[in-house]
Design a protein around this ligand. Structure first.
Ligand code: HQG
Length: 179
């Protein structure tokens, strides 16, 4: 049976962000791997994906999770890695407000410690309430927190924006959070 795009996206997220070793590949320092090497390794591990299917997933992915290199020979995940990967993102000034979707069971800890990055490289923030709501919904009834990103920036915090529009920062101290 051929791969469904959503299943392919999920599998690629696993190998390009967290577990390249699961199919015996390695990512370079910037997170890239050769498309040829990737597809051969996928096939060897029972996940045959054609170049056309891969192109379609990269092009139509709902969150633009993946990108090809300029010459199309390599691929990487745009964000969300747990492996040490340098995406080469340049610091940028954020909008005045950003949003974070979470669930109520984390609130006590978030009020105390602020937003922390956990296993990821950064805390992930959304540009709008709708996106943050979807992020929170992955875990239950969503709670959207408002982050005073402009004030954080003026007070020395660094922000990045991934290729697919996710805002990233190291940590959000409780003082910048509004519920
Ligand atoms: C919570 C998906 C307790 C935080 C999404 C979140 C996003 C705390 C969870 C992207 C905490 C971490 C990232 C603290 C934060 N105490 N809980 N101090 N600080 N948390 O998955 O932001 O589909 O690592 O609220 O759409 O949920 O992968 O981060 O609930 O864009 O492309 O700890 O992942 O995108 O969870 O999601 P995650 P996230 P992809």
């Amino acid at each position: 049976m051929s791969e469904q795009p959503a299943a392919t996206s999920k599998f690629l997220s696993l190998v390009l962000r967290h577990r390249p070793d699961a199919i015996g590949i390695t990512l370079d320092a910037e997170g890239w791997v050769s498309v040829e090497v990737l597809l051969a390794a996928c096939a060897q591990h029972g996940r045959t994906i054609s170049r056309e299917q891969l192109d379609a997933v990269v092009r139509t992915n709902d969150k633009q999770r993946f990108a090809f290199s300029a010459d199309g020979s390599r691929i990487r995940a745009n964000q969300g890695h747990s492996l040490p990967v340098d995406l080469g993102l340049a610091p940028v000034e954020p909008p005045e407000l950003l949003y974070h979707g979470t669930v109520s069971r984390f609130l006590e800890s978030i009020r105390r410690d602020g937003l922390t990055k956990g296993k990821r490289h950064h805390v992930h923030l959304s540009p709008d309430i709708q996106t943050a709501t979807k992020v929170g919904q992955r875990r239950g009834r969503p709670v959207v927190l408002v982050i005073e990103a402009g004030r954080m920036f003026r007070e020395g915090h660094t922000f990045y924006r991934s290729e697919n529009g996710v805002w990233l920062t190291d940590a959000v101290p409780p003082d910048y959070l509004r519920e």
